[in-house]
Design a protein. Structure first.
Length: 202
């Protein structure tokens, strides 16, 4: 499968969204044995350089490209992957609150840590469970925190490795200002949006 066909596959997934920040106990049954899961991990283990592409919605077959940035993902273990140079500035476009928008525009690139669960071997496929991401930033000279919450697992956040091609999809579902405990907080992401990010290894 060519790299472009993997991206097309990822772009065409329409999500029935369920927000979560970690794996539940029931998510541990992938349909693969532990040996098969480890074999799948070995096919992607280590660092991969590529492009992280930002789109405006997962709820359309032709999402508009917002931004792209060089990034790197590292599969450290058979249950974790980390995304480096996760630039949050472009998210500001989809936030209406003025303070949160400025905070995102002023924030440096982040490191996004995720859990993984391999569930297929041909091609290698895996759920991605992004951890809640909280970081410090400023607006008008005042300190603030921004917390990002993501949707977890297929068909929202997942990855595919076929041949030499590797693609990951991660979907943002919430932006919270000065409220790290997202339960009961106000989601400042524009109404009804779920923002997808696609990583494609070079």
């Amino acid at each position: 499968m060519k790299k472009t066909s993997i991206l097309t596959l990822l772009l065409c997934m329409i999500a029935a969204l369920t927000m979560t920040s970690c794996l539940s106990d029931d998510d541990d049954d992938s349909g693969l044995s532990r040996e098969e899961q480890h074999s799948a991990y070995l096919s992607v283990a280590g660092e991969h350089n590529g492009q992280l592409v930002y789109y405006d919605s997962i709820f359309t077959t032709k999402p508009a490209k917002v931004d792209s940035v060089a990034a790197m993902v590292n599969f450290e273990t058979d249950s974790t992957v980390t995304v480096y140079n996760f630039r949050v500035n472009s998210i500001a476009h989809f936030v209406q609150d003025a303070t949160a928008k400025t905070c995102l525009e002023n924030a440096p690139a982040q490191i996004l840590k995720c859990y993984t669960l391999f569930y297929g071997l041909s091609p290698v496929t895996f759920h991605i469970q992004p951890q809640k991401l909280t970081f410090s930033t400023t607006a008008d000279g005042k300190p603030h925190t921004i917390t990002l919450a993501f949707y977890a697992g297929y068909p929202n956040s997942y990855g595919v490795k076929s041949g030499k091609s590797l693609g990951l999809q991660i979907v943002l579902g919430g932006v919270f200002l000065d409220y790290e405990n997202i339960t009961g907080g106000t989601n400042l992401l524009a109404n009804g949006l779920a923002l997808p990010f696609y990583f494609n290894a070079k």
